[in-house]
Design a protein around this ligand. Structure first.
Ligand code: HEC
Length: 213
């Protein structure tokens, strides 16, 4: 019996230490991070687009976390500066992603602002990137004989439009593209101020204002 008690106690301690190190500490580190002044909240359409992004599994092939220049060539690939915790202020749940079958999309709105390109690429990625292994999303579009009033028609590269018919984006496709266009975190951010340990007294210098904390 004694061994079982030790085993159970050991398991609980191990679990508590792991939870503290991997859940509680990181939470305390980032919970009060302020948002960068230039970061805008999502509009309703962009939030709906975000849901489409989640439900179609885009996150399984696309990350949203460019790495620091010392960690990899993300900046050289044109994916932008390394992301900071504040960039994710409005992201619930965050869509960091862990797979990069396709490029990082954290700044796709800056890299590719064209709505027509995004719509066409979602309808048929291979029309824009020959050999692309991104799935096409034809169910986000309607193929019909003629567009109705107020509907926009996709202009696809020659050979990719269905013969004699038109391709019209559904509201889900339009929302998704609004979300992709909003993925633009190219504003500058300052590195976070180092937080001194509680017992260390920081002498404020006369010429620089001491950070309030
Ligand atoms: C099976 C993996 C896979 C999935 C799932 C996937 N993609 Fe892609 N995506 C890729 C690959 C590979 C590329 C690069 C080739 C290309 O441009 O098509 C790409 C490219 C892109 C690009 C252009 C990026 C650039 O830098 O030019 C965008 C935008 C994009 N994907 C959006 C999406 C969205 C939105 C979804 C979900 C609806 C999605 N992808 C789902 C693999 C994927």
């Amino acid at each position: 019996m004694e061994n079982e008690v030790k085993l159970a106690a050991g398991a609980m301690v191990a679990l508590a230490v792991a939870t503290a190190a991997l859940v509680v500490l990181p939470y305390m580190q980032v919970r009060d991070i302020p948002k960068p002044p230039a970061l805008k909240p999502y509009t309703s359409a962009q939030l709906r687009g975000r849901e489409v992004y989640i439900s179609n599994g885009c996150v399984y092939c696309h990350s949203q976390q460019p790495r620091a220049r010392s960690f990899g060539p993300d900046f050289e690939r044109g994916w932008g500066r390394a992301s900071v915790p504040g960039d994710y202020f409005y992201d619930r749940p965050h869509l960091l992603g862990s797979m990069r079958t396709g490029p990082d999309l954290f700044n796709i709105g800056a890299r590719q602002p064209s709505k027509d390109w995004h719509l066409g690429h979602l309808y048929q990625p291979r029309a824009y990137s020959p050999g692309s292994n991104m799935p096409s999303y034809p169910f986000l579009f309607d193929v019909k004989d003629a567009a109705e009033d107020g509907e926009e028609v996709l202009t696809l590269p020659p050979g990719y439009a269905p013969y004699g018919r038109v391709v019209v984006p559904r509201p889900e496709a339009l929302d998704l593209v609004k979300y992709l266009q909003a993925l633009n975190h190219t504003y500058p951010v300052l590195p976070p101020l180092p937080t001194p340990a509680p017992d260390v007294k920081v002498q404020p210098k006369a010429e620089t204002a001491a950070p309030k904390s």
